[in-house]
Write a new protein. Sequence first.
Length: 69
Amino acid sequence: MAVILDLATQGAQMLLVLLLAPLLTGFIRKLKGRLLRRQGPPLLQPYRDLLRLMRKEAVLAENALGCSA
């Protein structure tokens, strides 16, 4: 039972780190902007970027589908 609890705790910690990583990136970008006397991007901008990238579909050139020898 202790092993399952340890694995669940580790999984929760990994999930927390993955969810908070874009927030840290946003904070660093905001801080850099302030240090350069600019406003900087919104704090949640990395989350918006990730959502936009996930909604994009892959684009392949027509001639890239076949293998040429």
